[in-house]
Design a protein around this ligand. Structure first.
Ligand SMILES: *Cc1c(COP(=O)(O)O)cnc(C)c1O
Length: 374
């Protein structure tokens, strides 16, 4: 057997992530690698920080990209903020809320779960009732855009309720960042994490995070060390902070950060609001096409994510066969159902660079063909 260079096919990625990466971002990725403490690279990292502040709509000083995927951003928020004496309210309406619960349990803290319905937004009233019942709660955590179900929760209202009960908020914005309205400062989000490979349309493997001043205070006043050395944000903070005192913590993924810089620059030049509108318009186009094919959405209209469309697999249609056909005949990837929706739903992503008219047209035409196959 002779192993040769791996040349991947040119796919169109319309699943739950990674999303299509633009040629512009891929080209940034292939620029020469320089040292991660090179003054020019340090300058670029500072620009990444300020571009991320724009994307998150925050002035938080502590806004950086962790050198690991979105799941590490999640873990960083929990292990740095939560200690074993704390009570954390977690809203669960899909797979990613369940992972938050797992994080809290492993820290040894008390977790109180607000259990919602799959395919629906988190119910603000249920959160409020829970907080009335557990006045000792210190944190409220929820997923803004549940990629496992396609439901968008009202992050602004949920944060308002959390603040009323003096809780800090931890928000999963992995799929929401860049795709739907997200305002970290205005909404009172204390810790937020995202991923590079969803609506930012960058390569996978980076996790933008941001911590409010209050959250940074909590981290600084910890009495016990953060149980994870790599994710200890007080160490990572020093690595990312400027003023010439940057010291080695780990080797940043230099080229991936070029790519993130480029994708954030594209977001900035399009304009954040314009990007939100584009996702919504493409979602509406897709919905019209799906409707014509007799394919129905699972999530009620006013709770749908434009960037992740969860639809019921029509009666008598073979899930795996259709997805294989799309991949083989059209080089098109759509997502399978996850968790409770496994085998019952498809998840069609319109994330970042994938949220374009040509992708919508391809997806509808390819699905039409696939459904007509016997
Ligand atoms: C994709 C995703 C994650 C996990 O991100 P990874 O980069 O795969 O680790 C977390 N939360 C949500 C809502 C996601 O969609």
């Amino acid at each position: 057997m002779s192993i040769q260079s791996f040349i991947p096919p040119q796919r169109t990625l319309m699943g739950p992530g990674p999303s299509d990466v633009s040629p512009q971002v891929l080209s940034a990725l292939s620029r020469p690698t320089i040292g991660h403490l090179d003054p020019l690279f340090v300058g670029m990292m500072d620009e990444v920080k300020s571009l991320l502040q724009y994307a998150f709509q925050t002035e938080n000083e502590f806004t950086i990209a962790l050198s690991a995927p979105g799941s590490a951003g999640m873990e960083a928020c929990f292990v740095n903020l939560v200690t074993s004496n704390d009570t954390v309210v977690v809203c669960r309406n899909g797979v990613f809320g369940a992972r938050m619960i797992e994080n809290v349990k492993r820290i040894g803290a008390k977790v109180v779960v607000v259990d919602g319905t799959w395919g629906r937004a988190v119910d603000p009233q249920m959160l409020e009732e829970c907080l009335q019942q557990y006045p000792q709660a210190k944190f409220v955590a929820f997923v803004h855009a549940e990629t496992s179900t396609g439901a968008l929760s009202d992050a602004k209202t949920l944060c308002e309720i959390a603040k009323k009960y003096d809780c800090l908020t931890i928000v999963d914005a992995v799929t929401s960042l860049g795709g739907v309205e997200l305002r970290v400062d205005d909404w009172g989000i204390d810790a937020v994490y995202s991923g590079s490979q969803k609506c930012l349309s960058c390569v996978p493997g980076l996790s933008p995070v941001s911590f409010s001043e209050q959250a940074v205070e909590v981290i600084k006043s910890r009495k016990t060390p953060v149980p994870s050395w790599f994710l200890d944000q007080s160490l990572v903070m020093e690595y990312w902070s400027g003023q010439g005192k940057r010291s080695y913590h780990h080797t940043a993924p230099v080229n991936s950060l070029y790519a993130l810089h480029e994708s954030l620059l594209m977001l900035k030049s399009e304009g954040l609001e314009n990007s939100w509108v584009r996702h919504q318009l493409q979602h509406q186009k897709l919905a019209v096409g799906l409707n014509e094919l007799g394919i129905n959405f699972i999530v009620p209209e006013n709770e749908r994510l434009p960037q992740l469309n969860t639809v019921a697999i029509p009666q008598g249609i073979d899930d795996v066969k259709v997805r294989q056909y799309l991949l083989q005949e059209y080089n098109l990837e759509i997502g399978a159902g996850l968790g409770q929706f496994s085998g019952e739903a498809w998840r069609i992503g319109l994330m970042g660079y994938a949220a374009r008219s040509e992708n919508v047209a391809l997806c509808i035409a390819a699905l039409k063909d696939a459904l007509a196959q016997k």
